[in-house]
Design a protein around this ligand. Structure first.
Ligand SMILES: Nc1ncnc2c1ncn2[C@@H]1O[C@H](COP(=O)(O)OP(=O)(O)OP(=O)(O)O)[C@@H](O)[C@H]1O
Ligand SMILES: [Mg+2]
Length: 388
């Protein structure tokens, strides 16, 4: 405490000198000013713990100076010198922020007492303020941690939701696989007979063109049903396959080539960016081709009035990514979660199997697929396949 800085601001030179002497003697570092303005400058520079301030000064009055110091230098505590018989004034000064007051004339002992008291009060209050600030800081830190925690929980919940949706999806596919395999088998046999009998019938009615056209309708409808059954089977279970080391860019090139004519007729520009030699992957070529055939068929369906088909390939050493994009109408947000479901279709003649087949194949290879739709239309399908 002894090295605390104290400033005395008083226009009476006598008081300044005397007080300074007494305080220096007590070990304080003392500054003096004979007017308030000089006082402010010294306080700004030295930041003394206590200011002894005379109430009666010619230029700036004591109350104004007191308020100014309290406002600008809250860590400097002010003790006011006032004349005797002005207790009311003293109360007003205390209200304005004075830490204490000393009635003039004062004794040295009284002066020292008041200063010691004020220094003690100041030490406690400053410590208190520090603790409050520390508390604020800790609260802010806790709030920050809470935010961080909430953020992590949200991220994890989303991951869980996604994982859950994927499990549901594969359960659906598995159930469907079971059902459809049996069903397709049961239906295709009698269907086959119907087709055969229709052809026999046709041979018997060749003279009657109307009858011939009916039998042909039966045959073509039978074929359509059979087609659906075959697709149903394909969407739910794996048919014969052969794993080979496959260059995905070759598979994509072939698929893209098979759509070139259709794209030209629809005035669809094809922007294909394949990378030259990403590592080959072990897969069945026909299965891989199915992925891109179905995606590109869907994309072209959306661009019957022209547009741009994008096929872009990249890899990062871990996995290979292929993005198939179009400039069609896009996919309404409410459909995004359903398009991979078997049977989900928005097309009059669609079966809704295309994307479920894609999903099944991608899953078979331990990969993933996600669909995105831009705010102004256009869809993107991002397929990723692990390289290992
Ligand atoms: N590129 C795309 N742009 C907009 N919508 C799409 C796109 N691809 C798929 N969809 C939507 O997803 C649905 C399901 O597609 P999916 O390929 O599974 O079946 P489909 O195309 O309707 O029928 P299928 O493929 O059996 O002929 C489509 O009906 C369509 O609504
Ligand atoms: Mg399709």
């Amino acid at each position: 405490m002894m090295n605390e800085k104290i400033i005395v601001i008083d226009d009476e030179k006598m008081i300044l000198d005397l007080t300074a002497m007494v305080l220096q003697h007590r070990g304080y570092e003392v500054f003096t000013a004979d007017n308030a303005l000089d006082g402010y400058n010294i306080i700004a520079r030295e930041q003394p713990a206590v200011a002894l301030l005379d109430y009666m000064m010619p230029q700036v009055n004591g109350l104004t100076a007191l308020r100014e110091i309290r406002q600008r230098f809250p860590a400097t505590y002010v003790i006011m010198f006032t004349g005797k018989g002005s207790e009311e004034l003293a109360v007003e000064l205390m209200k304005a922020g004075a830490a204490d007051y000393i009635l003039k004339p004062f004794s040295n002992a009284n002066l020292i007492d008041r200063i010691d008291g004020t220094l003690r009060l100041r030490a406690i209050e400053l410590r208190n303020r520090e603790l409050l600030e520390e508390r604020e800081r800790l609260l802010a830190e806790i709030a920050e941690w809470n935010r961080e925690l909430e953020h992590r929980v949200t991220v994890k919940s989303h991951e869980l939701e996604r994982a859950h949706a994927e499990i549901l999806q594969s359960e659906k596919l598995a159930a469907l696989g079971h059902l459809s395999a049996g069903m397709a088998h049961e239906i295709r046999n009698p269907l086959n007979s119907i087709g055969l009998f229709a052809q026999v019938l046709r041979a018997g009615v060749v003279q009657d063109p109307e009858m011939v056209s009916y039998t042909e309708k039966i045959v073509s409808e039978v074929e359509r049903i059979d087609d659906i059954l075959v697709k149903l089977l394909a969407s739910s279970r794996r048919s014969l396959f052969q794993l080979r080391s496959i260059r995905v860019q070759d598979v994509i090139s072939q698929v893209v080539a098979s759509f070139e004519e259709q794209a030209r007729l629809q005035h669809v520009e094809m922007a294909v960016e394949l990378i030259d030699s990403p590592p080959a992957i072990l897969a069945d070529g026909d299965e891989l081709a199915q992925i891109f055939t179905n995606l590109i068929a869907n994309a072209l369906f959306e661009m019957r009035e022209g547009g741009r088909l994008g096929v872009r390939m990249e890899h990062d050493g871990q996995s290979l990514t292929v993005v198939v994009s179009d400039t069609g109408r896009g996919i309404p947000a409410e459909n995004l979660s359903k398009i991979f479901d078997p049977f989900f279709t928005t097309k009059e003649k669609g079966t809704g199997f295309g994307l479920s087949v894609v999903l099944r194949i991608v899953k078979t290879y331990g990969g993933g697929i996600r669909a995105e739709s831009g705010p102004n239309g256009g869809s993107r399908f991002v397929v990723s396949l692990p390289l290992a």
